[in-house]
Write a protein that binds this ligand. Sequence first.
Ligand code: NAD
Length: 489
Amino acid sequence: MKQLKNYIAGAWQQSKTTDYLEVINPATNALLAEVPLSLASELDQAATAASDAFTSWRRIPPTERIQYLFKLKTLLEEHREDLAKTITVECGKTLKESQGELQRAIENVEVACGIPTLMQGYNSEDISRGIDEIMIRQPLGVVGVIAPFNFPAMIPFWFFPYAIACGNTCIIKPSEKVPQTMEKIMELIDQTGLPAGVVNVVNGSKTVVDALLDHPTVKAISFVGSSPVAKYIYRRAAENGKRVQCQGGAKNPVVILPDADLEMTTRIVADSAFGCAGQRCLAASLAITVGSVKANFTDAIVDAAQQRVVGNGLEDGVQMGAVINQGSCDRIQSLIQTGIDEGGKPLVDGRNPQIPGYGQGSFVRPTLLQDIPLQGEVATTEIFGPVLGMIHADTLDDAIALVNQSRWGNMACLFTNSGAAARKFRYEAEAGNIGINIGVAAPMAFFPFSGWKESFYGDLHGQSQHAVEFFTQTKVVVERWPKEWSRQF
Ligand code: NAD
């Protein structure tokens, strides 16, 4: 069985660990590879390599640094199909979803290619007679990126292209559940001729993460994953004096008003709730119907849930793939039972589905639980599966109050034809990403990915100008040149 390697100081290295995890295709349960749970000493090696590389990398002009990113963009486009297939095979989502994910990754490379402009400082001449003041952005040094399983290609790209374009060097820790995608991406990065040590990949889990959080050479941590881990990482890295940004979990409400276009709304909400098998931090997981729309929307979404084609994401016509593994499948099914025990009505129950030819796969079909209690577990827990809870409100004000009582704040969406309602929702809803007649309000690469509340710990987010600010420190220079001054005054 293939054992994955780490990429340190410009070379692939076999880990010295004896501890390996199996990487599984969730649609078939086939064993794909083994991933090392690397040692803290291997993280230390990567940190040393990244630190050594930083000295010369930061001196390379930004206009030259981004040439590697232009090459990477071309390579990613050339290998798009192979990479998409790798994502689908280890992550379970459909090929179309994997292709979409890769496109988002590429767009972040494109934005990071604007670094010569994006990292410019500013200056004021004559803050006093003959004295000027200048603000310069400089890189931090070695930075760490810790990724979750659900977007193995896209999420590291919210961070590392900006980090290296700004002159930092970087260590990426991919999710141990889906490590093959980053292996393939690292092979492409290697082909760009990037100097050794600028990007390093160390596989593993908690031991490697903790070593990264504690390493004195590492100056900043970018994390995406579940909220409990986000909180832990935020605290531990901050205690060690590092700059930290941690994007966490979610429970995303979508509010449907009576004047919404029912056909479009149903299609979009179904895609949001069941796309990627509900394993998106921007998946709709709570539908709040308002007023008279309840009956019609319920009929339509029941139909959409029942019609969804579930199967191996590699096959044509499949609209929803497997969830990440059997453990996740069991957890989702047990939460559905909890929802029923709490009084929710299972309008569509997707447990224990028969997927012809894939009896060993980790599948849950779309599930709808109506009238779940507001304080119950299903309404408040991130299920991270294709389960849509449904609740009802009499007015838009009541619906917004329901949205705002949540401890999460990743995304909230409204479906309506009313500009006034949309404006009110945009103004009052407490979430960092808002959709108006949009079901997955994923910010483009030139906007920050703006979670709030327990969906985010930190201040600067991933992507865009936020990433540039996160990966640079400002230096202010106040200067006077006496001879120049005396000649003029
Ligand atoms: P996870 O928190 O289990 O793992 C994320 C990363 O943290 C992995 O690399 C893992 O190895 C590491 N990790 C896990 N437990 C750890 C521990 N105790 N100590 C140190 N490191 C640890 O998340 P996941 O299951 O891989 O991903 C799904 C989660 O990610 C969901 O909650 C989802 O909402 C969230 N997510 C959030 C966003 C966002 O932008 N807010 C985007 C994608 C995914």
